[in-house]
Design a protein around this ligand. Structure first.
Ligand SMILES: Cc1cc2nc3c(=O)[nH]c(=O)nc-3n(C[C@H](O)[C@H](O)[C@H](O)COP(=O)(O)OP(=O)(O)OC[C@H]3O[C@@H](n4cnc5c(N)ncnc54)[C@H](O)[C@@H]3O)c2cc1C
Length: 476
């Protein structure tokens, strides 16, 4: 193998398909290179990590060690202490596993482009995982411009690679569903890696303080505005535990009751998916096996994980305006929101009032407190939360910006493709027109009466009270 195309060819022979691989830097291999380098960024795990698998296959062919490099970037756009504390757990666990497998492990603190450029000088070739939102994509592009060796990006964190699922932006779940259904089975296999390659341990370099979580994090000079979410520890083992608990106790109720905030049927896996601590494929396979063993229906969960989630990636991949309001919206939603922009608002809250859960509505406040204290909002309440921000803010544009701000600041699963499509959905993305109303126009309406009619919410409010350690929830 002498260049980027040979590397690609080798991966194709090893079972990858063309949609799994993108050559970001087309050039010759460094024949003096001492190792193959894998830049781990979005996929912080050893198990079912296609990028790791590809890098190890190339190292095997070149008879070189594999070195994995992870860069903590304290200035990560929008990242704060909460996100780093969760991410740390995953990177720590996985770095130990990778070293046990004989790979060199480098942990750096800086900017990925600078660090990877330095590390690439001794490398034969570089492999990276996939980043879908803008900053992650631009680092990969920038890195490709800076280095002198081949750079291959491997599709990770999706079941079906985004370009294999569809070659265009999809209008809604129903337009993507069929395309995914036709493909998904061929992608439902766990990817392993080669560990019988030359030992890479002599390249390992890890900061001395890395084993001591809080000392290490405190030295990073992070944005400390949001504290650690104590209900969630990160990492593959924690993700696997959540999955097992979900399968044993909740998935069978999920089909009928997933929306009910009192019953707490959801999996809570989104933070782990966001940081790549577990692969969606592993979850899908486990869920499928469980459903056939126990003979239970998993249609709704399957649809959320394999269609709705993959639709979000399709959205941010093909629509470069995914974070620009109102450009990312379909025309009908743009028009109707513009027509109703100046409708009188009965409530018009400031950012501070929203952020401190000080609205008149105890349900909305509870959702916001859940976000602040737990780092995640229950599925149905998250929709209510987003819809009410639209209703109680001066303009739809301000509501969009505010929703993103709050979601991405406090949610452990924030800054994800799902964040943009979830919030976008509140404004009509991936939805259809409904009966026209004030403020909402033809976008879907949600109201408190509906919420109270459907659910009791007593247990939900109790739970949030407990989490937020308050005697009374504000509002009402
Ligand atoms: C206003 C708003 C903001 C949102 N922000 C985010 C966000 O920042 N990050 C995030 O991951 N999700 C977001 N979502 C989508 C959804 O609410 C979460 O994915 C879900 O609540 C995560 O909890 P869970 O893992 O317990 O979900 P489960 O119900 O157990 O579902 C399992 C997995 O399926 C996927 N999934 C479930 N519901 C959806 C959905 N509606 N769209 C896409 N994928 C879905 C997720 O990956 C989830 O982890 C948002 C939705 C709304 C309405």
């Amino acid at each position: 193998m002498t260049n980027s195309h040979d590397l690609e060819e080798h991966l194709l022979k090893g079972g990858f398909d063309g949609e799994d691989i993108e050559i970001l830097k087309e050039t010759d291999i460094n024949s003096e290179g001492e190792y193959v380098l894998y830049w781990m960024q979005s996929t912080q795990r050893q198990k079912d990590n296609k990028a790791l698998s590809a890098a190890s296959l190339l190292a095997d062919n070149l008879n070189l060690p594999l070195v994995v490099c992870f860069v903590f970037m304290p200035q990560f756009p929008g990242g704060n202490y909460r996100h780093f504390a969760f991410m740390y757990d995953g990177v720590k666990e996985c770095s130990e596993e990778l070293q046990d497998s004989g790979f060199g492990m480098k942990i750096k603190v800086s900017s990925p482009v600078t660090e990877l450029k330095n590390e690439s000088e001794k490398a034969a070739a570089l492999v990276c995982d996939s980043g879908y939102i803008k900053p992650a994509r631009s680092w990969r592009k920038l890195l490709a411009e800076e280095i002198e060796i081949p750079l291959l990006r491997i599709s990770t964190n999706l079941i079906v690679p985004v370009t294999a699922a569809s070659n265009k932006e999809e209008y809604a779940a129903y337009t993507l569903r069929k395309k995914l259904e036709d493909k998904i089975d061929e992608y439902l296999k766990i990817w392993d890696f080669k560990s019988d390659i030359p030992d890479g341990s002599k390249y390992t370099s890890i900061p001395e303080k890395f084993s001591r979580k809080y000392e290490f994090l405190n030295d990073l000079d992070l944005n400390n505005s949001v504290s650690e979410a104590k209900n969630f520890s990160g990492g593959y083992s924690a993700a696997r535990e959540r999955l097992t608990e979900f399968l044993n106790n909740r998935i069978e109720h999920y089909e009928k009751n997933r929306s009910d905030p009192d019953l707490k049927c959801e999996s809570d896996l989104s933070p782990y998916l966001h940081f790549g601590h577990i692969s969606p494929r592993e979850i899908a396979i486990a869920v499928k096996e469980h459903s056939s063993k126990k003979d239970i229906v998993i249609e709704n969960f399957w649809d959320e994980l394999t269609v709705r989630r993959e639709l979000s990636f399709n959205f941010v991949y093909y629509n470069q305006n995914y974070d620009c309001f109102p450009e990312f919206l379909p025309e009908w939603a743009r028009e109707t929101l513009a027509e109703h922009k100046d409708d009188e608002r009965q409530f018009n809250y400031s950012r501070h009032e929203f952020e401190t859960a000080s609205t008149h509505d105890k349900y909305w406040n509870a959702a916001q407190l859940e976000l602040i204290h737990r780092g995640k909002i229950q599925n149905y309440m998250r929709m209510y939360w987003g819809k009410k921000i639209l209703e109680w803010t001066e303009t739809p544009k301000k509501a969009f910006d505010l929703s993103l701000y709050l979601n991405n600041k406090y949610a452990l699963d924030g800054r994800d493709p799902n964040s943009y499509s979830g919030i976008g959905w509140c404004f009509g993305k991936h939805d259809r027109a409904w009966q026209e109303r004030k403020i909402f126009g033809k976008t879907r309406y949600m109201n408190r009466n509906g919420l109270e009619r459907k659910f009791s919410l007593d247990k939900y409010l109790e739970r949030i009270k407990e989490i937020s350690r308050k005697d009374e929830l504000p509002g009402d």
